[in-house]
Design a protein around this ligand. Sequence first.
Ligand code: ADP
Length: 267
Amino acid sequence: MTQIKIRNLTFKYPDSKSLVLDNINLDIKASSWTAIIGHNGSGKSTLARLIDGLLMPTSGLIEVDGMKVDENTLGIIHQQIGFVFQNPENQFVGATVADDVAFGLENRQISRLEMEDRINSALAMVGMTKYKNVEPINLSGGQKQRVALAGVLALMPKVIILDEATSMLDPRARQEILTLLKKLKKEYNLSIISITHDLNEIELADKIVVINDAKIAKQGSPAEILGDKELLLKIGVGIPASQQLQSLLVERGVTIPQKYLSLEELK
Ligand code: ADP
């Protein structure tokens, strides 16, 4: 079932010279994992903010569960879609982990009892129950991201958008968060949309959407997209920095004597 439907979407910030998103058409299935990849500045975060109604389309349509995202539906849309950002530090406001998870629940006409219930189950879902009364500042990066995730889960969303949410974590913490998300997706039928440059994260997706020059350059299964080395090179995903630099220089017509390209020569 299509959960998010995007048709002929264009977007431009008031001060942008050209379209940031140009005629985007995309279907995201319920309980699926979608990775959005592309160069920095290609419009990935903007697309995520449009889906959540944090920005409104310049033209075109976005529907979540058959409901058009507009000023009238914002409240419901925010409830259905949770965001986890890159830097967990910026997401912390509470004196304790529990306060922090409670933050999003405030002003939502939820009783004290239900709030307590939701905090406890969200912390259990991310394996952070025993840190409930700890000051967030004393947590590791991976633990902070778990708490940020609990804050989102407490709102019982249908979709979680991860905007480079694992990019500041060390490889082990990153893997732990990804394993947790995979489990949550399966157990709670959550849809996940992850904006990422990380190959491990990309490989978890059911569908990969490549954004380039404000348009969807290609969408398909991991095999289809990760098999397209030319496209990956173009957007700089999963390609070593040295190779990216080399292809950039070639593209700009700079020729480098072969000996400088060989590490052997430097020894
Ligand atoms: P990505 O997430 O792929 O790095 P963004 O969606 O953040 O890309 O940005 C897309 C383009 O929109 C970039 O050119 C960026 O400079 C511009 N942009 C992003 N946010 C704003 C804003 N608030 N106002 C004006 N331009 C913006």
